[in-house]
Design a protein around this ligand. Structure first.
Ligand code: 4AD
Ligand code: MG
Length: 463
């Protein structure tokens, strides 16, 4: 009995003429008088492999009753395929049926289904061509991210998921508690008695691993996190999730300019990696979803990112003559429509906006000498707007404390973060890349919910 090999390996053709074994799920089956044709898919590629089954095979009666979705094993000779669209096929000697599927009541039929429908059956959608392509590319990008950082001597750090600190200071955190919500314990003064909660104080799901990454950068020099983060923001858009994965490098002895250079190199590296390794998947997605996908990715890889200050961006927007839904005014945050105008229409390339007003950015960003901006950086991509947000961190104790007070934050909660500025402080910078926004861009999918296995958004936490 030959060893089971994945279909993408078999299709390399090295074993042509030999007995092989493939396992997977039936995508389609067509019966003619003398043979049946099965397209088998095991997730290793988009095309699957064609299995030819002669009518004289032992269990042909059962083969006739095989439906889309059935799980089988095919053993037979790998041969050159005379048919169009594939180089090799398997001429089966034996078909073992693991589990049939019920025919018409199987939720995935041969015809294409809408992405909305597929979200409702997220437990089956990885079996579709589209989601197969997306999740192979997602996996490849995760691999490439580690490769990029590991090749450059960065150390992968695991930030905690449960935390007491609000890293972004924006109060959009999910609370984690084991208290009985029907009958919560009260203190004598009538407040919630957190001393009885699991951790003895209020804790939350992390919004960002940055503050913990800073601790490690101030010891191991160059580090990165790559983990789930959570935001309880009530945003029902095609670019927001309540649970998403973030990559956060943190680099010691590095200022904003140096980091901006690395950011551009990083994003180009990742998209180039996709083009090199996932051509077949990209071609499928291009054909069905986004006619310019490959050219768009190539365009970014070949582009030079445009770097401008926030003040310059405001100027460009005000002089554009466009009527935006949200007014453009120095001091107000850039909205998605503004970001997209800058990258899609005005500069026609990725744009890095730096030096935002301090009042719209987080407390930890380094104050610039002008007294009104901070050393922040957002990378804007076509169709998405912001894909990366980062900054040089405030490494000066007094300036940091002043910001914490000015923003009316509780200084006591950040005692260790402040102490890092007293114990061997250094200039350091970092950024956060939203993993799903990256996958969304690389796959050309319109909705972020189609690039994460199980999307969590307001009022939806299925599966
Ligand atoms: O700009 P953000 O909020 O920055 C941070 O969290 C910093 N602590 C990062 C750092 O400097 N280490 O988020 C970073 C990125 C955004 O640019 C966006 O790509 C993504 O995370 N992001 C989201 N992605 C999906 N759904 C959401 N709700 C997101 N919020 C942010
Ligand atoms: Mg941001």
């Amino acid at each position: 009995m030959p060893k089971r090999l994945k279909i993408n390996t078999l299709l390399k053709g090295d074993l042509c003429g030999q007995e092989v074994c493939a396992r997977g799920w039936v995508r389609t089956k067509r019966d003619s008088k003398s043979v049946s044709f099965i397209n088998l898919n095991d997730g290793s590629n988009q095309m699957g492999i064609q299995i030819i089954v002669d009518t004289d095979i032992e269990n042909y009666e059962a083969i006739l009753h095989l439906n889309t979705g059935a799980a089988i094993e095919a053993v037979g000779k790998l041969v050159d395929s005379p048919g169009k669209g594939q180089k090799f096929e398997i001429h089966a000697d034996q078909i073992h049926i693991y589990g049939n599927a019920p025919g018409e009541s199987y939720p995935l039929q041969k015809k294409g289904h809408s992405l909305e429908y597929l979200r409702e059956i997220a437990y089956l959608r990885p079996r579709t061509n589209t989601l197969g392509c997306v999740f192979r590319i997602r996996n490849g990008l995760a691999h490439a991210i580690h490769q990029f950082f590991q090749d450059r001597g960065f150390i992968y750090v695991h930030a905690p998921v449960i935390t007491a600190s609000d890293a972004e200071g924006s109060g959009e955190m999910f609370q984690v508690t084991t208290l009985d919500l029907k009958n919560p314990p009260a203190t004598e003064k009538g407040a919630l008695d957190y001393s009885q909660d699991f951790f003895g104080k209020p804790v939350f799901l992390t919004v960002s691993g940055q503050l913990e990454a800073e601790i490690f950068a101030l010891a191991l020099s160059d580090v990165y996190t790559f983990g789930p983060t959570f935001r309880a923001e009530n945003s029902n858009t095609s670019r927001h999730l309540a649970e998403f994965w973030m990559i956060e490098p943190e680099i010691s002895f590095c200022d904003l300019d140096d980091m901006t250079v690395m950011t551009e190199e990083f994003l180009k590296y990742l998209l180039h990696y996709c083009l090199e390794h996932y051509r077949e998947d990209l071609e499928f997605l291009q054909k069905f979803y986004n006619k310019k996908l490959i050219a768009t990715l190539e365009g970014i890889v070949q582009s030079t990112f445009k770097k401008i200050t926030y003040s310059e961006a405001v100027d460009v927007l005000q002089k554009s003559g466009k009527s935006f839904e949200f007014p453009v005014q120095w001091g107000a945050d850039l909205q998605s429509e503004h970001e997209r105008f800058l990258t899609e229409q005005h500069f026609k390339c990725p744009v890095v906006v730096v030096d935002y007003p301090k009042d719209i950015k987080a407390f930890y960003m380094r104050q610039n000498d002008d007294g009104r901006t901070v050393a922040a950086m957002d990378v804007l991509f076509p169709k998405l707007g912001e894909i990366i947000g980062g900054s040089q961190r405030e490494e000066r104790y007094d300036s940091l404390l002043e910001r914490i007070h000015a923003m009316e934050m509780n200084e006591k909660e950040y005692w260790w973060y402040l102490n890092l500025r007293r114990f061997g402080t250094v200039p350091h910078s970092g950024f956060g890349l939203g993993f799903e926004r990256l996958v969304q861009f690389a796959t050309g999918m319109d909705n972020i919910r189609d690039v994460i296995p199980f999307p969590r958004v307001p009022k939806h936490a299925e599966f």
